[in-house]
Design a protein around this ligand. Sequence first.
Ligand code: SD4
Length: 318
Amino acid sequence: MSLAGGLATWMEPLQAADLASLTTGPSGTPIILSTWRHGLPANDRAVEVLNAKGSVLDAVEEGVAVVESDLTNRSVGLGGRPDRDGFTTLDACIQDHDGRAGAVAFLREFEHPIKVARAIMDRTPHVMLVGNGAEQWALANGFTKRKVDIPEVRKAWKEWLKTSDYKPLVNIENHDTIGMVAMDANGKLAGSCTTSGLAYKVHGRVGDSPIIGAGLFVDGDVGAACATGTGELVIRTSGSHAVVEMMRNGVEPEEACERAVRRILHKHPGLKGHQVGFLALRKDGAHGAYSVYKGFDYALTKEGRTQLADAPYMMEWD
Ligand code: SD4
């Protein structure tokens, strides 16, 4: 088969005609979905940015940055739980309507990894910087370090060290990573994701959240998706990319999220106690969510209102 023929065959099932005919958001107002309850203030901030004529990319950056600054949050930003060596390390990524992307991983002592990710996207020819290199780049590009010591977090880590029992918990305190997918009133899409990752992870571990296609994927021709939960499971299945590709092939957003969850469970028979949740937003404004376990909620902004919604789920935790 010639390359041209191969590409054409690849393009055909995309239902390009159907996708092109989809209109933008139902009421021409922004639609924003973000993971967990901490998505509520994040969505509000994103709306403010859009109302002030900021771009949807600015909106998803500023939105999740609110959660990064919240030092009471134990899974995003500098208030996050540390790795097993006592270091809080941060991962984030951002992607625009056209697929441009920036990401940072294994970053320490910066308040806003999402802003570093955006700057990497805007100011370098690269997508992702990690660790010491990312730190040096950020310092050279106007970011400053912030050291935070939270006695409660340190105490909990020291307590954990006594057993060093590494057990991912479902829905830890019902607030985890924040992933956000958004569409402005003109149908432009963007997404962002930021986290301190799994608590007490091995030093150097990077999850799905900063990985384009895993924790986040945006394709302005189709839609956007983001993930929360055990990152290893999401990386192994290219979770957010899978959701967007299913929507490209005509699967409804919620169904696409459910199929991504089912794929994870199918690939990991006997898996117990690992939460994964997906959010999906299609370019016509249709949206959906789905999680392995009950308890995944998300902030939904639509037609000028923001509210908390419960994702449908596969099973209950006992
Ligand atoms: C990670 N996906 O680092 C993140 C953590 C998370 O719910 O979302 N927890 O694997």
